[in-house]
Design a protein around this ligand. Structure first.
Ligand code: PMP
Length: 361
């Protein structure tokens, strides 16, 4: 028998009853040309989820937990404030399970996100960008109270960290069983990923150093100033250290309750800020040099992983979260400078052979 010369596949060995059953079990993939000599870097590619982001996990968790508790009745409308990925994940889950969905969203987030949610059957209510994340949150609360809708509460609900504890973290334990894992690197939006994975790794892989990141110009945790909260844990103010930043999905203008558990229990070993433009650079490099297509938050997390790699002991293994797909940013600064018309180099190629040439612009 000669070895097969072509790749083959054999299916997943099961059939799926619903799209929601395909959430999770995302692959950890080695980075081959960008990692420095002697250090191994893996990325956990959350864009393998059905709607291409880590927030699909949260969406199914919130809806199924509310169904279990009886807080969400058949056909009841779901409402949530979201910068996009949670809304897209919820739109998928609500479409699959028959719940109407209304999303409130600041006008500053990329238009692909709004159109995707509407395409999935959701309604998107925009809020003024001056009122930031806190404004879109208060709008969702107002709509829920006025209409008797179910408010998803991604920033406070325990269904958030719990799903990462039960899925994301278990996947990491499974995939790295019997192998070295020296660093785990993540940012935060709600803090669900950080807190859920932190709960598990601190106990079961205590040797793994957990690195948390936030935008350099919106270093809420780094500022050391505590978040003012209402009795239910929701923010009572916009955090004074917040500045608008280009890392969509990261760091709202308050420290979420879900993340607070990680701060209070010291789940992370180090806090390393990253500048948005640096994250954009690394997202571009991941795409062009590795074929790994992730958004600005993925590039920013990877930027921190690269910084850790520079000083890590030889032989170290690093795992870096990539929360979503780069395709979600076509109209954003991530794709700035990517031409729609032929570049001079492409035109020269076109003219280098006689046939099928486009007329000059
Ligand atoms: N990156 C992106 C693009 C996101 O949408 C989110 C979620 N808001 C995150 C990172 C952070 O994930 P988490 O909410 O689990 O902290």
């Amino acid at each position: 028998m000669t070895a097969p010369t072509q790749r083959t596949t054999s299916g997943r060995g099961r059939l799926y009853d619903s799209i929601v059953d395909t959430i999770g079990d995302t692959p950890c993939v080695r980075v081959n040309s960008l990692a420095p000599e002697g250090v191994t870097v893996y990325v956990k590619a959350e864009y393998f989820n059905p709607l291409a982001s880590v927030k699909d996990r949260l969406a199914i968790s919130i809806i199924e937990e509310a169904e279990r508790r009886g807080a969400l009745k058949p056909g009841q409308t779901v409402v949530e404030a979201t910068s996009g990925n949670t809304g897209i994940g919820l739109a998928m889950v609500c479409a699959a399970k028959g719940y109407p969905l209304v999303v409130t969203m600041a006008e500053s987030f990329s238009i692909e996100r709004r159109r995707l949610m509407r395409f999935l059957g959701a309604k998107v209510v925009l809020t003024p960008k001056e009122q930031k994340g806190y404004g879109m949150y208060l709008k969702a609360v107002e709509l829920a109270e006025a209409n008797g809708w179910f408010l998803a509460r991604q920033f406070e609900t325990d269904a958030n960290a719990t799903i990462h504890q039960n899925t994301t973290a278990r996947e990491i334990l499974g995939d790295f069983a019997g192998r070295r894992l020296d660093y785990f690197v993540t940012g935060y939006g709600t803090g669900g990923t950080m807190t859920g994975v932190g709960r598990v790794l601190k106990k079961e892989r205590p040797e793994t150093r957990i690195i948390l990141s936030e935008p350099a110009n919106a270093a809420l945790i780094g500022s050391g100033r505590a978040q003012g909260r209402a009795a239910d844990g929701s923010p009572a103010e916009s955090h004074p250290a917040f500045q608008p930043h280009p890392i969509q999905g990261w760091t709202p203008d308050f420290i979420p309750l879900v993340l607070q558990e990680s701060i209070d229990n010291h789940y992370y070993d180090d806090l390393i800020p990253v500048a948005g433009p640096v994250g954009i650079e690394w997202s571009r490099k991941l795409a062009a040099q590795e074929g790994i297509l992730t958004g600005v938050s993925g590039g920013s997390t990877f930027a921190v992983a690269m910084q850790v790699a520079e000083t890590a002991a030889p032989g170290s293994v690093i795992l870096c979260m990539l929360p979503d797909t780069g395709e979600r940013y076509l109209s954003s600064p991530l794709f700035e400078g990517i031409e729609t018309d032929m570049t001079a180099e492409e035109r020269a190629l076109s003219e280098s052979t006689p046939g099928f040439q486009m007329p000059a612009a």
